[in-house]
Design a protein around this ligand. Structure first.
Ligand code: COA
Length: 261
């Protein structure tokens, strides 16, 4: 294990596990934690030995219980806008690393915590998790992408209910509305995240990169533009060694050995 105080980083067999490590404050995201997340993904994003990220919270109670309320209470309007932008930038970098990330939601994922989970590519939740955007109860709105990613994931109607009522939902309801991909018993969450990460590691890394790019960028486009982009990225994958290896391995009835080239 390496890493700094607020974020622990474990790297093992292609998987980088980022653990938000401030359990005494339910892993609330202060500026320092956001900087450390940024530094960690900057390093692992550029590390060819890392193929998948797992993001989780220290302890059994919280994934992340939000942005640090004490810190944000002291923001002026200009500082508040810059604070939101800095946080958004970190989450965009995580979303666009070109490597999949799995949020292992091990407890409260509120406010900035849900925003962090939504910036991950996939979400697994413990059956004990509670997820929500409670910011309006503090007189503010979500500022790390919640108004944008939540509506894209679950639709505007459900997003507005979660954001305006500000009531957290349990993991089963989160699964029902498509906010999390899967719910598992709390004790099985780390193993379930690792199994999913290992599955992703067996896939062509460039194919994963371009598939994520197609989905993310396609959400900003018309259908016709998105289809044109998909065809161009499909063509690009046809130029890769991974494509030759993947198709040859199928014909030869063996497992492919992808190189990310
Ligand atoms: N920012 C800063 N500190 C936070 C925090 C946050 N978002 N969430 C929890 N903490 C701190 C608490 O202040 C407390 O610190 P203290 O022991 O020094 O007083 C500690 O974490 C434990 O939290 P506590 O509230 O005592 O736990 P609980 O089990 O009674 O309640 C929650 C858990 C998640 C329901 C409650 O902590 C909560 O509502 N947190 C804020 C959620 C929120 O509004 N997030 C959005 C922020 S934009």
């Amino acid at each position: 294990m390496s890493g700094t105080d607020r974020v622990l980083l474990e790297k093992k067999e292609g998987i980088a596990r980022l653990i938000i490590n401030r359990p005494e404050k339910l892993n609330a995201l202060d500026g320092r934690t956001m900087q450390e997340i940024d530094a960690a993904i900057g390093a692992t994003g550029a590390d060819p030995a890392v193929g998948v990220h797992i993001v989780t919270g220290m302890g059994e109670k919280a994934f992340v219980a939000g942005a640090d309320i004490a810190e944000l209470a002291a923001q002026s309007p200009v500082e508040g806008a810059a604070y939101a932008r800095r946080g958004q930038d970190v989450l965009v970098r995580l979303e666009r690393l070109g490597k999949p990330s799995i949020a292992a939601v091990n407890g409260y994922a509120l406010g900035g915590g849900l925003e962090l989970a939504m910036a991950c590519t996939l979400r697994l939740a413990a059956d004990t998790a509670k997820l929500g955007q409670p910011e309006v109860a503090l007189g503010i709105i979500p500022g790390y992408g919640g108004t944008q990613r939540l509506s894209r994931l679950v639709g505007a109607g459900r997003a507005l209910e979660l954001i305006l009522a500000g009531e957290p939902i349990d993991a089963r309801e989160a699964h029902r509305i498509g906010l999390v991909n899967r719910v598992v018993p709390a004790a099985e969450l780390p193993a379930a995240a690792e199994t999913l990460a290992r599955t992703l590691l067996t896939r062509g890394p460039l194919a994963l990169r371009y598939a994520m790019q197609a989905v993310h960028e396609g959400l900003q486009m018309t259908l016709a533009e998105g289809l044109a982009m998909e065809a161009a990225l499909f063509g690009l994958t046809c130029a890769t060694e991974d494509m030759r290896e993947g198709t040859r391995a199928f014909v030869e009835k063996r497992k492919p050995s992808f190189k990310g080239r």
